[in-house]
Design a protein around this ligand. Structure first.
Ligand SMILES: Nc1ncnc2c1ncn2[C@@H]1O[C@H](COP(=O)(O)OP(=O)(O)O)[C@@H](O)[C@H]1O
Ligand SMILES: [Mg+2]
Length: 275
């Protein structure tokens, strides 16, 4: 199996705090790799480096053999990497469909200006863009909500919409930052299936997630971060049996999940679990 992404000795410093201190990892093509670890471990920072929103102070990221670290986000997206956000970032005052169409506009050559002038060719483009956008909404199960205001959707469905928007860029690598954060158990199950379906389309997935049953159920490989460093990596079975990981993270995460199950809670604070 080939590696699509090579993370090489990445360091990120925020005013004296080492958010990442020399992290290396290889991400296998067409597989699901999860990054887990306590809050503040540096997971989101790593995704920010890969997606081009942070330039690392040291190290390099190679995507399909080419260095992308230090490139601006739009070039990273054009190279085939798209993402969702831990704190959702949907476009306001736009419908569900328009949120996905914006991504298709970015993907296709006709920009907003030519479309707003209603040139004949761009009217045709607009129909194609609308049709394609609808296909991605269909894929995540949101086609029936296409004409609703995006921010009127419940949080769970907004997470699906962010994924549809990221998929509309037709990435080779999709970065998902806590896609199940705030979802109820039923929504989490649907999310797990959706992520597997994305892998089924041949897209590589890099997933940050706190819900351990979701992570263990769908991941091919897991990387554990702790205080900005890689603590361990391996298959779900290997990670679940790793004493260092249990001590630093899994023990607390599993206890929290059990207490939530016992209390019958819906996991709505999933994003803040193992703090
Ligand atoms: N923009 C920023 N400025 C300063 N500190 C930051 C910034 N982003 C993250 N951090 C700090 O870096 C560390 C890692 O954060 P983050 O990558 O968000 O962790 P995680 O996603 O694993 O919870 C934390 O201590 C956090 O407070
Ligand atoms: Mg985070």
């Amino acid at each position: 199996m080939n590696d699509i992404l090579s993370i090489q000795n990445i360091s990120v410093e925020f005013g004296g705090l080492m958010a990442l201190a020399g992290v290396s990892a290889a991400i296998t093509e067409k597989a699901i790799t999860a990054i887990i670890g306590p809050n503040g471990a540096g997971k989101t920072t790593l995704i920010n480096v890969i997606s081009g929103s942070i330039t690392p102070s040291g190290g390099a990221v190679l995507f399909q053999g080419r260095q992308i670290s230090g490139s601006p986000s739009h070039l990273v997206a054009a190279a085939g990497i798209s993402r969702t956000f831990q704190h959702l970032s949907l476009f306001r005052h736009m419908t569900v469909l328009e949120n996905v169409m914006v991504a298709r506009h970015i993907k296709t050559s006709s920009g907003f200006l030519s479309c707003s002038l209603k040139l004949p060719s761009s009217r045709r483009d607009e129909r194609v863009i609308r049709q394609k956008a609808l296909e991605f909404l269909e894929f995540v199960g949101l086609a029936d909500q296409a004409h609703l205001d995006a921010l009127s959707l419940p949080l769970g469905l907004q997470r699906y919409l962010e994924i549809a928007r990221a998929l509309a860029l037709e990435p080779k690598l999709l970065l998902l930052d806590e896609p199940a954060g705030g979802l109820n158990p039923q929504e989490k199950e649907t999310m797990a299936q959706l992520i597997k379906d994305i892998r089924g389309r041949g897209i590589t997935v890099l997933l940050i997630e706190h819900d351990m049953s979701l992570v263990m159920g769908i991941s091919d490989h897991i990387v554990v971060l702790c205080f900005g460093a890689k603590l361990a990596e391996g298959t779900p079975t290997e990670i679940q049996a790793n004493e260092k990981v249990i001590e630093a993270y899994l023990g607390a995460a599993i206890c929290l999940e059990e207490s939530e199950t016992n209390l019958g809670r819906d996991g709505s604070d999933a994003g803040n679990k193992p703090s």
